[in-house]
Design a protein around this ligand. Structure first.
Ligand code: FCB
Length: 417
């Protein structure tokens, strides 16, 4: 029989979003590529997705799917959206600030936009929701793109100035900062696979970008602490559960190499400059050689295998950093909402098991509060991760049944049978 599961007192429960994916009408380095590639992507959808996905999501053949446009209009509807988060028992929320809004031209800060995000923070606080602010979630101002983005070391200094401006503006309103989101995925997709802006395929550039993001993290940590000694500063990285296809020695070696480069390297490089680790966990990857076929787990609408025990292993693997951990993303694309309840509950049971084993996990943010515009370029609007469904024509919000199950967990600070 499954037992009741209680989480530590003061645990943060919530969901996550990012500016470009929900706000609408952003002008950044994604805007042009989205418009330029939309027709091509709609044509190529057949190549990327399986038959069952194509049948279930014919939107992928429509070029509009690949243009973020109004997104969820969250920029104008954040109050209503945070009312929903509150009604769902969330006591924390992760969102990102869009750098291109704050500093559309080099050195020219837009005070109106700063006021907007101050209002976002205030609106959360008024609802008893702790803001977790991401400073960079993959998009940048056009002038940063034009100097070479994160390939250029100067971007680190410009980023520092932007961080300083925000830290001074938010003051006491923000205690938790997530400096960068998934530097590993950003470098891999933007600079190795080249299937999202800036669309480069060059491993040396990818390494440079990754290292510059590491330095940006360290710099932001110092800047924010100068403004507020008590602030908690970390970054979120993608963490994958690498499993060997079988127990051959060489497969185990491949797992440890993948684990080091993908899961640990960023956290290791910023150690001493992090007050917590942000873990984004979605699925596993089988690696190495084998002679037979592997057992397939059930999958999400994106075809990602559902592997709740993976979150336990990746958390255990990060224990020796001796830092508090926040699950800054974990979620499932599930338009019908028939797998999400189980997905959340099973993952949380595994998070709890890791806590029992001594990992200091202090919060969980489901990805995402709303259906949204999904990175990278081959996705767009059709994968639906939301606790809340969005009708992109009317912008109506509908709370999914699984959101209510998660709400009960948030309110009880645990899972009851
Ligand atoms: C992560 C991104 C996030 C979201 C999820 C599904 O890699 O950080 O913005 O798109 O994937």
């Amino acid at each position: 029989m499954k037992k009741n599961v209680a989480f530590p007192k003061g645990f943060f429960w919530g969901s996550a979003t990012s500016a470009h994916q929900v706000e609408g009408n952003n002008v950044n380095d994604w805007s042009e590529p989205e418009r330029q590639n939309a027709v091509r992507l709609a044509k190529e959808a057949k190549k990327y997705w399986r038959k069952w996905q194509q049948d279930k999501f014919p939107e992928m053949f429509n070029s509009e799917n690949y243009i973020s446009g109004k997104a969820c209009d969250h920029y104008n509807r954040f109050e209503e959206d945070f009312d929903i988060a509150k009604s769902l028992g969330h006591n924390a929320h992760r969102f990102s600030v869009e750098w291109s809004r704050i500093e559309p031209e080099e050195g020219q800060f837009n005070e109106k936009e700063i006021e907007h995000y101050k209002k976002v923070v205030k609106t959360l606080r008024e609802r008893g929701i702790e803001p977790f602010v991401t400073l960079w979630h993959w998009t940048q101002p056009l002038w940063i793109r034009d100097i070479g983005g994160w390939e250029n070391k100067k971007t680190i200094d410009y980023f520092g100035r932007y961080v300083e401006k925000l830290a001074a503006s938010f003051g006491d309103g923000v205690k938790f900062w997530i400096v960068v989101n998934e530097p590993n995925i950003y470098a891999a997709l933007g600079y190795i696979r080249g299937n999202q802006p800036p669309g480069v395929k060059n491993i040396f550039k990818a390494i440079k970008v990754f290292n510059n993001l590491t330095d940006a993290h360290k710099k932001a940590h110092q800047i924010i602490h100068k403004c507020d000694e008590t602030a908690k500063v970390g970054s979120a990285n993608s963490v994958i559960y690498f499993q060997p296809k079988n127990n051959f020695f060489v497969n185990r070696v491949i797992v440890s190499v993948a684990d080091y480069f993908w899961n640990r390297r960023f956290f290791k490089n910023v150690s001493g400059f992090s007050d917590f680790l942000g873990v984004n966990y979605y699925t596993r990857r089988l690696v190495g050689f084998s002679f037979g076929a592997e057992e397939q787990k059930p999958v999400s609408d994106l075809g990602w295998e559902i592997v709740p025990e993976g979150i336990y292993y990746v958390l255990k693997n990060l224990k020796n950093y001796n830092l508090p951990v926040y699950i800054t993303e974990n979620g499932i694309a599930d338009a019908k909402d028939d797998k999400r309840e189980e997905f959340i509950t099973q993952h949380l049971r595994m998070v709890h098991k890791a806590i029992e084993d001594g990992v200091d996990v202090r919060g969980y943010f489901y990805w995402s509060l709303l259906d949204n515009f999904e990175f990278p370029e081959v996705r767009g609007f059709w994968p639906r991760f939301g606790l809340v469904e969005v009708d992109y024509k009317t912008m109506a919000r509908t709370i999914r049944p699984s959101a209510k199950v998660y709400a009960a967990i948030c309110k009880n600070n645990g899972i009851e049978n």
